[in-house]
Design a protein around this ligand. Sequence first.
Ligand code: AHR
Length: 670
Amino acid sequence: MKKQIFILAILFSSTFKLLGQNVYEIDATKPGISVSPRLYGIFFEEINHSGEGGLYSEMVFNRDFEMTNIPEGSKMAGNLVRTKNDWQERKIFGNELYGWTFLSKGGAIGDIRLQTIKPLNEKNPSSMRLIVTKTGSRSGVYNSGYWGMNLKKDETYNLSFYARTNNSKKLDVTVSLESPNGNQIYAKKKILNIGGDWHKYQCFLVPNLSDNLGRLSLTINQADTIWLDVVSLFPQKTYKNRPNGLRPDMVQMLIDLKPSFVRFPGGAIVGGMNLDNRIQWKNSIGDISQRKGTMNLWGYYTTNGLGFHEYLQLCEDIKADALWVCNPGFSDNYRKAEYCKPEDVKLYIQEALDALEYALGPVNSEWGSKRAANGHPAPFHLKYIEIGNEASGQLYNENYKQFYSDIKTRYPNLKIICNQRAIPNGKVEIKDDHKYGTPQSFISAFNKYDTTDRKGPEIYVGEYACSRGVGEGNLLAALSDAVFLMGLEKNSDIVTMSSYAPLFFHVSDKAWPVNMIGFDNSKVFGRTSYYVNKMMAENRPDFMLDTRSGTIEDHKSKKWFSISGYDQKTDEVIIKVVNIDSLPQKASFCFRGIKLTGQPAEITELSHKDCNAENSLYNPNVIVPKKNGFTVFNSGFEKEFPPFSFSIIRIKVTKPNYIKATLKDNSHRK
Ligand code: AHR
C-alpha cells in the first residue's frame, strides 16, 4: 500500500509540474480535521465611535451633559486626562457642553451653562441651564448630533428629555428638527406647560424633508430659565424596532459576516485608564436616565446607553453566542495598570458573577429579575467569559485562578478564556492570542499553528489585523489577512475561534489606524478585510482535505497559498486560493478519492491590479467579491488566478462513502 501511494505521489508531482507553476492534489480519500463551527466571530469595542455615534442609534451628542466625568483621581492637563498613575490620554471634546450651542435669531440674548445644583439623579449630576434674557425671533439651544443628524423624510423620531424650572412657573418649549443653519424647519411641536421639578417630556417628530446634516433645537418664546437633562432623539426604525436600539444598516453588516459569537465590550476598555474607568456593567443597564457614563480611553465620552443588556440582545438578534470580557481586578496593562488590593479581588469576582447572573440566572434571582424587568425573562446565550484583556504577570495568574474556580463552580458549562497559555497550578481551557502587524508577518504566519501542541488549550485569536504599512486597510492587508485566516482554518482543530479587531470606525473620529467597517451618520462600508472575513465565514467547510502541493516551494518568497475542505450540507469541495503576486498565476488541481459531478463550479473572487487600492465611504466598491461560474472536468482543472486576488471555488462532488447519510450538525448553535 505504502509503495502504491509513493508511486502515485511521484506521478502526481512530475506530471503536474509540467502543466503549471502551482499544482495541487486534493486528497479526499479520508476527511481531515473538523473545522470549528465557532471559528469566525466578531470583536466589538467602544473605539472610533463604534457605539456612541455609530451602532447605537442615539442621535444627540452629549445627551446627558456628563462629558466632564473623568476617571476618579484624574486631572485635566490641556486636552489630556492624567490619571493618578500618571497615564495620559487625549480628551478631544474639551468643551464641557460639547455638542450644544445657544440658538439666537433676531437679536435673542441668553446663554447655556453646565450646572450641578439640583441634579436629575446621582448618576447624572450635571444638567444644562438655558437662560434667555431677551427673546428674538428664536431663542434656545441646538444639537447637531454626531457630525450632523441623519433625518429621513416621513420617518418617525422619538424625542424625550427631562426639564425643570426654578419655581412652579410654566413655560412652553418648541422642539424642531431642522437644517444645519436652522433656516428650514422639517418638523416642529410645542410642548406646553413645562415647569416645576424634574419631569420627563416626550413627543414624536416626523420631518417633511431628508437632511443628513440636520439638527435638533429646543426653543422658548419668553425670557426665562430652564434646566435640561438626558435629551434623547432616536429614530423609531432601529434594528427590529427596539427602543434604545441599534442602526439597522450597521447590524446588517454584522449579520452578513455570519458570526458565531460576539466578543464585547473590548479590548483595552475592559481595564480602562484606571480601575474607576474600567467597564462597570452595572452602570450600563436599565433606564437611560439612570446610567452613568464615562470618558473612555479612546478619547471620548460614552453614555453607556449601549450597555450590557443591549450587547446581549444584539447577540441574540444576530444569532451569535455572547462572549463577555470581565475586568480581572486591575486596569489596562499597557496604561500603567492600577491593581486592586488582594483582599478586594473577591469584589471583582462578584462583579463578574453578578453579570453572569444577569445574563443567565433564573428570573427569581437578584440579577436575573433585573434582566426580566428590562424586558428579557429568558436567559441570554452567554457562552464564554474571558478574564481580562491582554493581561499578564503574577497578579493576573493569581486573580485568574480565583476567578476561574468561582465562576466554574457556579457556571460549569461556561467556557472560560484566559489571556495566558499556562497558569501555574491553574487550568486554561482557551487561550486568547492577539496579532497585529505587517503583511509579511501575516503571510509568514500561514503555518504558525501547524506545530501548536494539540494537548494544550484551544486557541482563540481574539484580535488580529494586518494593520501596519497598509494605508487605512488596503487590498494587501486583506490578502495578508486571508492567508492568516487560511492558516487558522487548516488548524482549526486547535484554533477554534477568531475575531478581527477593531470592528467599526466613524470616518470623522478614528483612534485606531486600520479597522474593518467604516461609517458616517448615513452610510456604512466594508474595507476589503471585511469581505475577506465574509467570504471565509460563508465558505467554512466542515472538514479540511489534504491539499498537497506538487511544486517545490520557497517559503521565504511565497506568494501563493491554497487550502481546501468539504461542505457536507452541499457536497462541495471548497478551494481557497490567495495570489499575492502582481502577475496572474496559473494553477492545476486534481482530485483523489472523490468524483466531480461535472456541474459548473462557482467562483467568488476579490482582486484588483493595485494592491494599495482601498474601499472608502464614497467609493465603497473598489474591491468587493464577484461571483462567476466555470466548467470543471471530471478529473481536475487548470485555472488562471488574477494578480492580487483571493478566490474561493466551490465544486460539486458525489458524496464520499465515509460521510454518513445523516449529517452531524456542524453549526455553532447545537
Ligand atoms: O483593537 C484595539 C486594541 O488593541 C484593543 O483595545 C486592545 O486589546 C489591543 O491592544
